[in-house]
Ligand binder design. Structure first.
Ligand code: GLU
Length: 294
């Protein structure tokens, strides 16, 4: 059991590529804040997506963080070693009747939305701009669900957002000590419905980020979540799952994003320079802190 009442922070990267400056900012802010309040600093490897996460990238995380001069408590929690915890949580939601298996392929969803939009209807999109899932299978009879799942068809377990909100029955909020994209801070209203029927697991992946992050923050006794502003709106769904699963509520601090020369968020896909590239080009850990304005 984690020691009670000690402020506990975590840096939770996914090993889908090498760390860049945005990760460095998150890791350093977490470690600094933990040190300032005599709290704990944990590292969690978010590798539930076994097709995109690699051992080389995971080794790179330890190497880069050590180079930056950071130290974390051992053992590191690696999500791929804890699938049973996420399955338990999924089964609790299932017992409450709040999840359903969904079978539409990406192409089918796209077609459905194109058809609807061709008639002048505007299909709702989530805060990341992704169209909400149509939710066809919400009312599927149980026998048909079982038959479809047994047929070997791919499927995803989704939260029935409407049913989940009905079950909670009261507005949700969180304490924000950082700032959202529109300057939101303090007690922030959570609106999980913006995300529709989110994926919690897939046939081949026992847990999505959304499910694993709330389970792990609770199991690791995380009291302070410090992370990039790109996850600000996702916090609404995290608060919903915490409430449904009876998990404690951390305080949230969403920090500024590190942007590239064109004002875009750093990412592997945009070819952003990694910490390893910067190091190879001669940068020191002190240079990285200067580049981050720390
Ligand atoms: N694994 C997530 C990422 O790398 C971060 C999750 C979090 O801090 O809640 O973007």
């Amino acid at each position: 059991m984690p020691p009670a009442n000690r402020p506990t922070f975590r840096f939770a990267p996914s090993p889908t590529g090498r760390l860049h400056l945005g990760h460095a900012l998150s890791a350093i802010l977490n470690a600094q804040e933990a040190q300032r309040v005599a709290g704990r600093f944990l590292l969690r490897i978010e590798n539930t997506d076994l097709t995109r996460c690699t051992p080389e990238n995971e080794a790179g995380i330890y190497e880069d963080l050590t180079w930056l001069g950071l130290r974390w408590e051992e053992p590191v929690r690696r999500q791929s070693e804890h699938f049973a915890d996420y399955k338990d949580a999924l089964e609790r939601l299932q017992a409450l009747g709040l999840i359903y298996p969904s079978f539409l392929s990406r192409g089918e969803v796209r077609r459905r939305i194109a058809d609807a939009e061709a008639t002048g209807q505007r299909w709702p999109r989530d805060p990341d701009g992704v169209p909400l899932y149509p939710g066809d299978e919400r009312g599927m009879p149980d026998a048909e669900r079982q038959a479809r799942m047994a047929s070997g068809a791919p499927f995803a377990w989704r939260l029935d957002m409407h049913a989940a909100l009905m079950r909670v029955g009261h507005p949700l909020s969180w304490t924000e000590t950082g700032e959202g994209p529109a300057g939101e801070t303090g007690q922030v209203q959570a609106d999980p419905s913006l995300w529709g029927d989110v994926v919690l697991a897939r046939k081949e992946f026992p847990a999505s980020y959304t499910l694993a992050v709330v389970v792990d923050d609770a199991l690791q006794g995380i009291t302070h979540v410090v992370r990039g502003r790109d996850l600000f709106h996702a916090t609404a769904v995290h608060r919903l799952l915490q409430t449904l699963l009876d998990l404690p509520e951390p305080t949230y601090h969403h920090h500024r994003l590190v942007l590239d020369g064109e004002g875009r968020k750093l990412s592997k896909s945009a070819g952003s320079q990694s910490l390893a590239d910067l190091r190879a080009a001669g940068a020191t850990p002190g240079d990285i802190r200067v580049m981050l304005g720390l």
